[in-house]
Design a protein around this ligand. Structure first.
Ligand code: ADP
Ligand code: MG
Length: 697
């Protein structure tokens, strides 16, 4: 039996460092300079230095608190080392007479230098000649262990170039111009970055602008491009049903019927996008399209029209939404629009959700399997094991970024399992800035609804301190008296769902007391589905004037009569989230407002990023601008809503600064796939290993 892995080995595995190449590509966060010794005499107050000195006294004091005091002398001066926690082994290392190398921050000057908790070890052997790397690690993985593992792996791993002969990434100058080609091979870049010479300008290592870093970032971006373009190629070889309405149809197509009965005309943008989707569906290759449109742009009706095209051709369509409430709302809307039209042919719209009763679920599953359900709407219950479609041709995913990567993978597997590949339409209100679209979504076609339906009045956004809550409540009373409706959103408190709930409950009680004439409802994520549904129905129906809620209403809810959105503790929300929430109002003709209530910390201040977010909300209503700023503030990881899949994200490259490298990778990838497929395969395997799947999700 093989020996059980040690905690350190397990920690390595957890970090995804299983192959030699993974270790070789695990790069330092920062470095420590242990290559020189500073004489104490010239160590300035506040400087981090390494000294070499002999212990002249060592004593454990008990008052005012237990501490170890060690005096050292290096011949040019003395210094006192102070430790508030220490092991017996350290006492031994620091016995009187011992010669030590000590690294830490020097405090004080001539009259008494001190170091608090310096790093100490016995002084033997020559000084290192390169900077000492400090790697990203975890508590159970000590730096020395990781350093040894990486040093060994660097010697063993195959670091030969996978770029085609004569090809190298450009060297990007700090001021943004491309210079000559990078002078580093992969091997040289890695050896350098793990053990840089002490003369290097540390700032260029820290901001990843050093040419060796550039080489690595270019390689990483290339791997991502290759992997995505590969999956695009693979998809182009798959077969999907051709969805065109038959010429000699007995009745007018659903698509035309739905258009004719809508109470509004499509905007030009909606028409264009509907056409783009129609063209995709008419091809025998699976569609892989992202439909982007700011909140309120009218994506749902475009999705319904796409579903009609599938149903007109005699196939099934599925629509999935990330939350029960949103799915429910889509269901209600689609049933209203489509069931009267479907009835003639005996078809229906089915509903699938996690919270469903067993009997109802069984009935729905039967409808789906028999094909009687032409359209299936629900949460991710739609893609669960027991669900068998008769002939699914189109899957639509609303707010796709809200689905976890694992769920997206599950969907792909589900779709693949049924032989013919269905078309895929994803929708998102979170616009993707160009660089992100080019990198993470290189595998997608994108349609944009870049125009809001006519007659919307712009939303006025106000930033108000929580101390002026009473004024806000007075304003709510006025809105409700005028027959309008109001949302009040309380933040999710990550550490404590219970606290979160009590917050919302308290606010609900406060508003109920302050607004005796109005019906004030409460909605939170822990409520049973049926109760949520009932509350939502009262609010959409207009009987309920005020809805207090945790962020469960965040996505997609559509109540056009709501004209005021209050967001409590707005400083705790992310920017995209705030924008999504604000988009719940301003959907009708009435003038709408969004109030961002904020609370400051004890010293009366807002954090830096919170301030930036709130400022962005005041300055713009434009989803694209919001997304751009969000990317700036948060970086792409959280932006993609892919926190679970940190693996899938770029580790080294930064889309904000590395666009030229991204362009290079994007241009090279198709050439490489066509002319050097073995190099491309090796490159992807080296960089992504088993993770390539995640990038495609
Ligand atoms: P989102 O893009 O955020 O999902 P919805 O599809 O929920 O937006 O649409 C927002 C509102 O706009 C809905 O009430 C919808 O019926 C309405 N709507 C959609 N398209 C139009 C249009 N062309 N003209 C007028 N109203 C529209
Ligand atoms: Mg929507």
């Amino acid at each position: 039996m093989p020996a059980a892995p040690s905690p350190a080995q397990q920690a390595l595995r957890k970090l995804g460092l299983t192959r030699d190449i993974d270790l070789a590509l695990h790069l330092p966060l920062r470095y420590e300079d242990e290559t020189r010794i500073t004489p104490l005499q010239s160590a300035r107050d506040g400087a981090v230095v390494q000294i070499e000195a002999t212990v002249t006294a060592s004593e454990v004091q008990l008052r005012p608190r237990r501490q170890l005091l060690v005096h050292v002398d290096d011949g040019t001066g003395t210094c006192e080392l102070r430790f508030f926690s220490f092991y017996p082994s350290q006492l031994k290392t620091m016995a009187v007479g011992a010669r030590l190398r000590i690294r830490g921050e020097v405090k004080g000057g001539f009259w008494g230098r001190q170091m608090l908790h310096p790093a100490v070890r016995a002084a033997h052997g020559a000084l290192p000649t390169a900077l000492t790397p400090v790697y990203p690690s975890t508590a159970s993985l000590p730096q020395p262990y990781l350093r040894r593992a990486i040093a060994t792996a660097l010697q063993r791993a195959d670091l030969s170039d996978t770029l085609p002969p004569g090809v190298a990434p450009p060297l990007v100058r700090v001021w943004g111009q491309n210079g000559p080609q990078s002078p580093y091979s992969l091997r040289e870049a890695l050896l350098f970055l793990h053990h840089p010479a002490p003369e290097v300008a540390l700032a260029t290592l820290e901001d990843h602008s050093h040419p060796a870093w550039q080489r690595l970032k270019a390689e990483e971006l290339l791997a991502q491009q290759l992997s995505q373009q590969q999956s695009r190629l693979a998809r182009s070889r798959l077969r999907a049903p051709v969805l065109r309405a038959p010429h000699a149809a007995p009745a007018a197509p659903l698509h035309a019927q739905l258009l004719a009965q809508l109470p509004f005309a499509l905007t030009a943008a909606q028409q264009r996008v509907d056409g783009e989707i129609a063209a995709d569906l008419a091809r025998p290759v699976p569609m892989h399209r992202l439909l982007q449109g700011d909140v309120g742009a009218g994506k749902t009706v475009v999705a319904a029209l796409a579903a009609c095209r599938a149903m007109d051709a005699g196939w099934q369509c599925a629509l999935m939404a990330p939350t029960e409430i949103l799915a429910e709302q889509h269901f209600a809307k689609l049933v209203g629009w489509l069931e009267p039209l479907l009835a003639a042919s005996g078809r229906r719209v089915a509903w699938l959700s996690g919270g469903q009763k067993k009997k109802e679920r069984a009935a729905m599953l039967a409808l789906v399997e028999s094909g009687a359900a032409a359209l299936v709407v629900g949460t991710h219950a739609v893609i669960q094991e027991q669900v068998r479609f008769q002939n699914l041709a189109l899957a639509i995913i609303d707010e796709q970024h809200r689905f976890g990567v694992a769920q997206r993978l599950e969907l792909r597997r589900k779709l693949q399992a049924q032989g013919m590949e269905p078309h895929l339409l994803m929708m998102s209100a979170t616009p993707i800035p160009r660089t992100l679209a080019m990198s993470y979504y290189a595998d997608l076609d994108v349609s944009v609804i870049d125009e809001l339906p006519p007659g919307r009045t712009p939303i006025v956004t106000k930033l108000i301190a929580d101390s002026r809550r009473d004024e806000v409540i007075a304003r709510i009373a006025a809105q409700v008296a005028a027959g309008r409706q109001v949302y009040w959103v309380c933040p999710l408190i990550e550490e404590s769902e219970a606290l979160d709930l009590s917050n919302a409950t308290a606010t609900h009680a406060e508003l109920s007391a302050a607004l005796p004439g109005a019906m004030v409802g409460l909605l939170h994520s822990r409520m049973p589905a049926a109760e949520k549904k009932a509350v939502m129905a009262q609010f959409s129906g207009g009987q309920m004037g005020v809805l207090v809620s945790t962020t469960v209403i965040e996505v997609g809810v559509d109540v056009p009569n709501a004209s005021l959105m209050v967001i409590e503790h707005a400083e705790r929300f992310g920017l995209s989230q705030l924008h999504q929430l604000r988009g719940r109002v301003g959907r009708g003709a009435a003038a709408s407002a969004c109030v961002l209530l904020y609370a400051t910390n004890d010293s009366g201040r807002l954090g830096e990023t919170a301030r930036e977010r709130l400022r962005a909300m005041l300055e713009t209503n434009d989803g694209f601008e919001i997304a751009r700023r969000d990317l700036e503030i948060r970086g792409p990881g959280e932006f993609l809503g892919a926190r679970q899949s940190g693996d899938a994200l770029l580790r080294f490259a930064d889309l904000a600064t590395d666009a030229p490298l991204l362009e290079w990778a994007r241009a090279l990838a198709p050439q490489m796939l066509a002319q050097h497929p073995e190099l491309a395969a090796r490159h992807v395997a080296r960089w992504l290993g088993g993770k390539a799947d995640y990038l495609k999700a």
